[in-house]
Design a protein around this ligand. Sequence first.
Ligand code: AMP
Ligand code: ZN
Length: 432
Amino acid sequence: MDYFDIAETWSRDQIAEEQVKRLRENIKHACKAPFYAKRFADAGISPESIHAPEDIQKLPFMCKDDLRACYPYALSCVDKSEFVRMHCSSGTTGSPVAICYTKRDLEKWADLMARSMYTAGLRKTDIFQNMSGYGLFTGGLGIHYGSERLGMMTIPAGAGNTRRQIKLINDFGVTAVHILPSYAMHVAEQVRVMGADPRKLPIKRALVGAEPYTEETRKRIEEMLDIKVFNNFGMSEMNGPGVGIECEAQGGMHVWEDAYILEIIDPETGRLVPDGEIGELTLTTLTREGMPVLRYRTHDLTRIIPGECPCGRKHRRIDRILGRSDDMFILKGVNIYPMQIEQVLMSYPEVGQNYLIQLESDGQRDTMRVKVEIREENFVEDMRVLRALQERIARRLFDEILVTPIVDLVQANSLPQSDGKAKRVIDLRVKQ
Ligand code: AMP
Ligand code: ZN
């Protein structure tokens, strides 16, 4: 196997052995924060409680509210003077969640990120453009330090200013990018609007992540830009990107189990679900010194992909994130995830790049309006053709979610395009 870090080649036994050692050290270290010292004492946990990776289940869970309650410094396990950076989680509601990093944390994060990029086939010879926002968002500097660690010439383009992005890609011969799924389609469309062929851009590979997207959307981005797309997963609480990545096989994301303990739990009972079953992703940092986070319930829904990956890496793979349990909305008693809708929409070639789900109510009846951008060449079609398309989409959506939506076909590029993570659902229902 071609690898960047020797840990990629570890057997399951080596991973387990290292996890036990690191988890013990981690529990001891975490107790430097009174928050953990108290929790572990209450639960009767000590480093000696851990004999196998499964013993992680003895630890209490942590959730976002714990991190909020500990904002800004209460999870610190080092002297504040050891911190060299902080990042925030991208949530727009509630008080923020912040993670502070020591120099060693940044080194380890850059190593994980570089390893992830290598696994997705990026090499030192690539020219890399990071097309996601910098600043508090970890997708900026986190990706950036990884690409420099790998040795790629890195263009910190940031988010937005699409024309300049395209110019940089062409001028510098950019062969690899990091980009959000919603923005990737927008960029391709803009190249077309400018009269060029997006498939002729020099880009060969893209790391695409930071928000959920479907397999249909991956195929679309690959087709529009004639590239290979690798799903890339992470979150600020776990450093940021670099938690999991797809390899050449593109069959799910390897989670780096020498750095994180991976569990998929039943959100109701908190117990592990069998491999292959969907549940809530729960993660533990194993190597972070500044602010370790143990048994963190991420709210992200996914499953472990059973079986071995053809690439030879034994780090287990998770499936693409179906959504967050808090993204789910309930309409007429039915639980619906935005990704179910995206999956249907993106299977229609007439559908353009963007969509918006609007939940409405007249005080008595709730309805779902799905605004769908239609490609320019299709938008000019006969009214009857468009109406038939509208009906077909509504029927397929009903088959998927068992609620009949109102489908509005709108012009390409008419829906708001976000520079960061896309906002897919607007809830305008009257709150009782
Ligand atoms: P942040 O606030 O930027 O740390 O956001 C982390 C969250 O972004 C995760 O908990 C996921 O919900 C989402 N996310 C990150 N990467 C992906 C991905 N590849 N696919 C789906 N969702 C993702
Ligand atoms: Zn693999």
